[in-house]
Design a protein around this ligand. Structure first.
Ligand code: BGC
Length: 333
């Protein structure tokens, strides 16, 4: 089968043919599409990640939609559409992993499909356990590749909801990548006032899409106030500046900022009872909520985010990003 391989010996990304996994797991999948994100670019730069133990290459891809080819588990039948989760339990099965919350793993010894220790889904075929798959209705197949990034957004909002002691009315989102834009759609559905702050010009494609949906789109931060800030831009200086936007009791969830030395306004956190929290990955409930949220989002806003490409372009998509595409997706079948 064709697969997108990150070769740790030759230190390069390539499309290759490899023997498909034997259909021994519970559910054998025909992978239909696989999206790419910043994590895939970091992996291709060898910034982090690892191939499966005793292998020298990793099949990339963790944002996938697949069709069940055959299943030995009663929950799935051939022809069902599914989205797989990313993280698998740590070897020691800590309290979180044992309770089904691998996203809150306590040991850090977890594995993630297409990221660390396990092959991903940018391949024609894959095998999974039924418990790692989420069914998606046929009506959502065209946008189901957005379920995984939306699950990250749903977890971030769930964390914010637990931490925010006041009434939530507004959110400022830093970054207009796929996660930032999905956070905007999910914020609108909660009835909040949504602002996206990003560096693109205000009349850019992303700016126009967001504004047409009723989101305020700006490329500067000063003057913003919000109950919740979602950092989805990768910039620690911007995240630290955005603490100044939080109302008293406000919560900032950090999703992508890098380790950098920045000024942290501790006094603002203290005197306003403000909270700064990190969030990664997603729980099963976040995947289910992501499917529901996508189902309730205006289909044209979601369609505008996706640019589909043949698998032949996968290496180029990761190593030479550029252009206007918000979410690049490769077709496997
Ligand atoms: C994925 C998460 C994963 C994280 C860290 C993100 O791109 O969406 O599922 O936990 O990378 O590896």
């Amino acid at each position: 089968m064709r697969a997108l391989l990150l070769d740790y010996t030759e230190r390069r990304l390539r499309l290759d043919n490899r023997v498909a996994e034997p259909p021994e797991g519970e559910v054998y999948l025909r992978v239909l599409e696989c999206g790419i994100c910043g994590t895939d670019r970091d992996l291709a730069a060898f910034d982090f990640g690892a191939p499966p133990a005793s292998e020298s290459a990793l099949i990339l891809g963790h944002e996938a939609v697949a069709m069940v080819e055959r299943s030995t588990h009663s929950r799935f039948r051939a022809g069902d559409y599914v989205v797989p989760s990313v993280r698998r339990a740590c070897s020691g099965s800590c309290a979180s992993c044992s309770a089904g919350r691998r996203d809150l793993c306590l040991t850090g010894d977890y594995r993630e499909r297409g990221i660390v220790g396990l092959h991903g889904y940018c391949a024609e075929w894959a095998v999974d356990r039924a418990e790692d798959l989420f069914p998606v209705p046929t009506s959502l197949v065209d946008v189901a590749v957005l379920v995984e990034p939306m699950s990250v957004v749903e977890k971030a909002y769930a964390q914010a909801a637990r931490l925010h002691l006041g009434e939530t009315r507004s959110v400022v989102i830093l970054g207009a990548g796929a996660v930032g834009i999905l956070a905007a759609w999910a914020g609108l559905q909660r009835g909040w006032q949504v602002t996206v702050v990003s560096q693109e010009p205000e009349n850019s494609l992303r700016g126009c899409l967001l504004r047409s949906a009723g989101v305020t789109f700006l490329n500067r931060l000063p003057g913003m106030v919000a109950d919740i800030v979602i950092e989805a831009c990768g910039s620690a200086p911007l995240a630290s500046a955005a603490i100044g936007c939080l109302r008293p009791l406000g919560v900032m969830i950090v999703l992508g900022a890098r380790n950098e030395v920045v000024r942290l306004p501790f006094l603002d956190l203290i005197v306003g009872n403000r909270i700064l929290a990190g969030s990664v990955n997603a729980a099963p409930d976040d995947f289910r909520r992501a499917i529901a949220t996508l189902g309730a989002t205006e289909p044209s806003w979601l369609a505008a985010m996706i640019e589909r490409r043949p698998l032949d372009r996968a290496v180029e998509s990761i190593t030479s990003p550029g252009g206007d595409a918000i979410k690049v997706v490769h077709r496997l079948h």
